[in-house]
Design a binder for this molecule. Structure first.
Ligand SMILES: Cc1cc2nc3c(=O)[nH]c(=O)nc-3n(C[C@H](O)[C@H](O)[C@H](O)COP(=O)(O)OP(=O)(O)OC[C@H]3O[C@@H](n4cnc5c(N)ncnc54)[C@H](O)[C@@H]3O)c2cc1C
Ligand SMILES: *[C@@H]1O[C@H](CO)[C@@H](O)[C@H](O)[C@H]1NC(C)=O
Ligand SMILES: *[C@@H]1O[C@H](CO)[C@@H](O)[C@H](O)[C@H]1NC(C)=O
Ligand SMILES: *[C@@H]1O[C@H](CO)[C@@H](O)[C@H](O)[C@H]1NC(C)=O
Length: 447
């Protein structure tokens, strides 16, 4: 029998749990180190785009579990102006075109389902072990060693950095501190029961039916509300985006868990008409989160030695395209695919390094394009972005949704690279950011 393959995953968020699922196999020991106690209820919804929902629901067999928890198909997208006039409604059933739906989950439900799938004996492969209250403070990439705040030391053949936008592991990979960048926008977020909306916010419900499985946006010049139902239509999630300069609160102190000040929020939206303000006035104290939107610039690499980064640690992006969790899931699938047939050698550093490089090369262009597009979509239409992705929204939707997993993606990339060796419409911008260029020879493509 070959040597046991030991893996440490730093971070038990969506990326970390998904990577554990994708890596689970016999003779593998997976340990997830999570700083929190993992029992905080976060009132928020999260969406998965078709390709990621397909991985989670079909490949990882979580469709029934999530359905029982009240998962919903996001059937389309609609935009209202402040006068309550419908500007646009796009039904977006994606099954026919992309083979799966865009799904809406209560974030905690998705997290719980992934946690169970990673750690339960019900599925094949050694279950992963989660150690909570284990905050990683340092990492030696070549040795595969991580240290925790409590002075513990863990070592493994492979270390996955899934520790989110403020990743400590990323700092070790790049040997420098990578700041999360302020994007100039913050968002209030809240979850209301639909029953409460129907009784207390009648004017709002006359315009927008909160039970309809639609993502709804109310657009004002520099502010917008993005809303949608969750848990079988029993709750409604509202994210109200505000430029930092119009925010009555200190934008420097906001994290995922900062509470928003309701009077200040109402003040910020006081020029909204009554119907649109409705939901903001029927929320109670302690129910509003304030979240500063941050992302990071594309990184020169996601890997060093035994370490590879996934999820927000690698490519934190703005939520404008609802792609943060989807890209984390796609990373996880890629890590699983590239390590699928690997039996680890004694030592094994060169072996792990080579696989990690392949994961980076496979995932970088797609995740970076979506990250850039998400940043671009947050800007008012008139403002010039520093990097432009030259795709229309519908081209982008196709780009988003035509992802067949890591192996299929590599094959397609090779074809495209070869075809467009002269000047890919996208590559123009992306190549400026791409440090590691994959040279693809004609023989390779033919083979
Ligand atoms: C509380 C919370 C609320 C969120 N709400 C939304 C939302 O409403 N809408 C949305 O689109 N996205 C939201 N996100 C982000 C979204 O979940 C991510 O973009 C996406 O799921 C990718 O996740 P990730 O696992 O890479 O990062 P995260 O979801 O940030 O997970 C990182 C995990 O690593 C842990 N961690 C961090 N540092 C360390 C360390 N040094 N040692 C050990 N563990 C560490 C964190 O506690 C966390 O569990 C939220 C994230 C969090 C953590
Ligand atoms: C959601 O609806 C499905 C049926 O469509 C049901 O099986 C499930 O129990 C419901 N879950 C919740 C939490 O309401
Ligand atoms: C927030 O941080 C920025 C940049 O560091 C600083 O210029 C600004 O004064 C800070 N704002 C507040 C309210 O502290
Ligand atoms: C994503 O969608 C495309 C187009 O339908 C499909 O070819 C591909 O297999 C899907 N990806 C996954 C991971 O199933």
């Amino acid at each position: 029998m070959s040597k046991q393959f030991s893996i440490i995953i730093v971070g038990g968020g969506i990326a970390g749990l998904a990577t554990a699922i994708a890596l689970r196999a016999p003779n593998r020991k997976i340990t997830i180190l999570e700083q929190s106690s993992l029992n905080r209820e976060i009132g928020a919804t999260i969406s998965l785009q078709p390709n990621a929902s397909k991985i989670v629901e079909q490949q990882w067999d979580l469709s029934k579990t999530l359905k029982d928890k009240g998962s919903m198909v996001d059937e389309g997208f609609q935009v209202y102006n402040l006068d309550g006039e419908l500007q646009m409604r796009v039904p977006l059933s994606t099954t026919e075109k992309y083979g799966a739906e865009r799904m809406l989950y209560y974030r905690i439900d998705l997290h719980d389902a992934l946690k169970k799938r990673a750690t339960s004996k019900e599925w094949d492969g050694e279950p992963a072990e989660i150690r909570v209250s284990s905050r990683v403070t340092g990492c030696d990439c070549d040795e595969g060693v991580v240290y925790t705040q409590t002075g513990e030391r863990f070592q493994a053949d492979l270390v996955v950095g899934a520790d989110g936008i403020k990743s400590v592991v990323r700092d070790a990979v790049l040997d420098t501190k990578v700041p999360a960048l302020r994007t100039g926008h913050s968002a209030y977020r809240m979850i209301l029961s639909i029953d409460r909306l129907l009784t207390d916010c009648k004017a709002f419900c006359e315009v927008v039916d909160p039970r309809a499985p639609y993502t709804t946006m109310v657009m004002a010049r520099n502010r917008r509300m993005i809303m949608g139902p969750a848990r079988n239509g029993s709750v409604y999630s509202i994210v109200a985006m505000v430029p930092d300069e119009d925010l009555g609160e200190d934008p420097n102190t906001t994290s995922w868990t900062t509470h928003g000040d309701i009077p200040k929020m109402k003040e910020t939206f006081s020029d909204f008409p009554e119907w649109a303000r409705g939901p903001l006035s029927c929320v109670n104290d302690g129910e509003v989160g304030l979240w500063q939107l941050r992302d990071i610039d594309p990184l020169p690499t996601w890997t060093k030695g035994r370490v590879v980064l996934v999820g927000d640690a690698a490519h934190a992006m703005l939520p404008t395209q609802g792609q943060g969790a989807s890209q984390a899931i796609e990373d996880a699938e890629a890590v699983g695919a590239f390590y699928a047939d690997i039996n680890i050698d004694e030592g094994g550093l060169e072996q792990v390094k080579a696989v990690n490089e392949k994961i980076f090369a496979c995932r970088y262009k797609r995740a970076t394009t979506i990250q850039q597009y998400s940043r671009q979509a947050a800007k008012p239409a008139t403002e010039e972005g520093s990097v432009k992705v030259k795709m229309s929204p519908s081209e982008f939707m196709d780009y988003n949704c035509n992802y067949g997993g890591a192996v299929e993606w590599l094959r397609r990339q090779k074809e495209e690279d070869a075809k467009e060796a002269g000047g890919d419409k996208l590559a123009e911008d992306i190549s400026k950011m791409r440090i590691v260029d994959r040279e693809v020879s004609a023989q390779e493509v033919v083979a």
